[in-house]
Design a protein around this ligand. Sequence first.
Ligand code: PBE
Length: 310
Amino acid sequence: MFKFDWKRLSMAAGLSLTLIAAGCGSDEGGETSGSEGEGSSGEANYSEEMNYEITGIEAGAGVVAAAQTATEEYENLAGWEVATSSSGAMATALGEAIENEEPIAVTGWTPHWMFAKYDLKYLEDPKEVFGGEEQIKTMVRQGLEDEKPNAYKLLDQFSWTPADMEKVMLDITDGAEPAEAAKTWIEENEDKVSEWTDGVEDVDGTEVELVYVNWDSEIASTNVVAEVMKQKGFDVTITPLDNGPMWESVAEGEVTGMVAAWLPGTHGDLYEQHKDNLEDLGANLEGAKIGLVVPKYMDVDSIEDLQPAE
Ligand code: PBE
């Protein structure tokens, strides 16, 4: 059942010669390596094939921190590592693994286009390291309501659903420029957009700077909000940052705000750190989630089904 996949191994980032040698060594017993591992299930040792590595995203992401915590809390993840890179690189690695029907575990989240493109599942997380259902919230700098009441009102009224967000994300992943995908969605959802702009007066070039992180979900939301604001006459800049600086820049009042606060879990520590210095405008989306995500063809259901590194 288990096939040692040299092609994938040779492509895997950070693979050392030692590991290749170790892989060879384990074949010497005349058995396919690890297929009847000491793990509880006796199924293919995906873990070895994955090089005991979770495919992560940006180092500052909450889901990466949670995955690192998982490698500490779950005894069966002893010796596992979370490889950090970018959301784009994670998506590419996921797509390639699926094309070759190889095992992979990524730091995933909902809403995300990957669930529409591929057959995926979240691994059960009995220790609840990744937390439960999340909200995405809007945070703005203090004093905004007095200084730019129309910007404040619009940001306060912005709210949509996971399906809305996924539509924009899919459009972008199919090749649309984010701003174009945002415009298309706005045209097709006038009723919803008119609720966000209800009572918001047109302005003449009032400056607004929104910050975000280059996560697919946040690229979608930030571009949509920016586009709606532009249509009301705001002069909008959107600036991608790392997660920590995104929170800091709002708390320090350097920028207008952001629509990318994942709470209560994913960004819980950042919220605690900055909550006294920014204004929380509440949820703009309900029903978000983070976790470890694998292709459905993998015969594992729980994080506890993965096997420790030897
Ligand atoms: N994410 C997407 C972010 C929040 C939005 C889940 C990658 C994070 O983990 O911080």
